[in-house]
Ligand binder design. Sequence first.
Ligand SMILES: Cc1cc2nc3c(=O)[nH]c(=O)nc-3n(C[C@H](O)[C@H](O)[C@H](O)COP(=O)(O)O)c2cc1C
Length: 237
Amino acid sequence: MNTVSIPSTDIGLFEAMYTARSLRHFKPDPVPAALIERVLDAAIRASSGGNTQHWTFIVVRDAEKRRQLGALYRKASDYQSGVYAARPKPEHLSDEQYRQFLANSGWLWDHMADAPVILVPCLQMRDPPERSSLPDVVQARYARHLTNVARISGSSIYPAVENVILACRALGLGTVITTNHILYEDEVKAVLGIPENVATFALMPIGWPTRKYGPLTRKPVAEVTFADGWGRPWPSA
Ligand SMILES: Cc1cc2nc3c(=O)[nH]c(=O)nc-3n(C[C@H](O)[C@H](O)[C@H](O)COP(=O)(O)O)c2cc1C
């Protein structure tokens, strides 16, 4: 019988979406298993292509494994920082916002392992059906077909990842989606004994945040939306 009480989850959905900012600083206190279970039970409500649900979530609490994952995250982030440095600052971010982004994400490079939980959302990658068994229309554009399959592979796990973010927000936990580790995914898989046909899609540190939630500032809808075709402003006149 689990005696851990689950905090109230009755913040509004829109409040959660508007305030669930990326949180990377955590208290060392453990997160009760019942809360992780609650987060994962929300995650698995997400959709997946063909309703395959071929996901697996690895909850890493073991300190040595977190240390190893943290070291790989650091290695991947060192690599990735060169890519960031080569890119211009996104125009919509002020110098101060960009400085904060770099400071917060840079802080995590050395502190991923400090989170009491690192969640690793995974998907089983299925081999495509034998080419000769497919209809002619698919065989005729087989290379493009495979490119398309590869391009949408993450779309069967990232909706669940967003549910993790929102469920954490509702429960008073903090998290952030990170993907830098994928550069050294083989080493991450070795730490966790993940089979060859399974891919990892994020490392999500989860814990009790020491920084505040939201509000989230984003480019306004009018700037990122067109009506009925590219270049036609929304809202339409
Ligand atoms: C696909 C994806 C990959 C990301 N990878 C990382 C990462 O490796 N490390 C990190 O600290 N944040 C990562 N983030 C978090 C973004 O930096 C963050 O969502 C963005 O800066 C907005 O921050 P905010 O939600 O606090 O406003 C990633 C986000 C997405 C959607």
